[in-house]
Design a protein around this ligand. Structure first.
Ligand SMILES: [Zn+2]
Length: 212
């Protein structure tokens, strides 16, 4: 059993996309004392998915209460494997290097795996909410599976990495941080993961250097 409720929000979601916030959950990747693991257990993974609005409260609670310990541990390992392949490919892209083929194969496997656990359903038209009849993807019988948050993250990552938005992925300009974020600023000039955290710290450092 794992506990998804009762802890305050843990994660700083300044990356602006679940896949980027996910990579940032291994914190302080580039410091001498790092890295720091923010996904310490399966409950953390559920909290992250819930805070990122991939899972709703009900889904997170259901998984927290029903997933056996071994399946939870397996899902956490799978999540970290996905995250590190994403990190490797995204930091390569940000630094203008081609990603390693092994990491691309790992992503491919996760993307296929996630897609393979959805079911196609015919949804009837309905008055409220107002919608037309359509074919839709659902998690269906897999919605109580331990790996659900991993699959959701894989599909979010696939959406980002196979779209033009990939060009807008940046690493924070603070060398000790390098958190990933999606630069949606008008002139594409965002430099920091967050002004509060890194922007102000770097400004203060430059100020000190000038006035030393
Ligand atoms: Zn930063």
């Amino acid at each position: 059993m794992t506990q998804a409720q009762g802890k305050p929000p843990l994660f700083d979601l300044c990356g602006g996309h679940p896949a980027l916030d996910f990579v940032n959950s291994l914190d302080e990747r580039f410091t001498e004392d790092g890295p720091v693991e923010r996904l310490a257990d399966y409950g953390d993974l559920l909290r992250f998915a819930q805070q990122s609005r991939l899972l709703d409260v009900r889904e997170a609670r259901r998984l927290a209460g029903s997933v056996p310990r071994q399946a939870a541990a397996r899902a956490l390992r799978s999540a970290r494997q996905l995250r590190e392949a994403l990190a490797s490919v995204l930091y390569s892209a940000v630094d203008g290097r081609p990603p390693a083929d092994g990491d691309i194969r790992t992503l491919e496997q996760h993307f296929h795996d996630a897609s393979g656990h959805r079911e196609l359903r015919w949804e009837q038209a309905s008055q409220s909410p107002n919608r037309r009849a359509a074919l839709e993807w659902h998690w269906g019988r897999f919605s109580a599976h331990a790996e659900l948050p991993v699959w959701m993250l894989a599909l979010a990552a696939r959406q980002l990495m196979t779209s033009d938005a990939l060009e807008r992925v940046r690493a924070c300009g603070a060398e000790s941080c390098r958190w990933l974020f999606l630069d949606t600023s008008k002139n594409h000039t965002r430099r920091w993961c967050s002004m509060q955290a890194c922007g102000n710290r770097m400004k203060a450092r430059r100020f000190q250097a000038r006035h030393a």
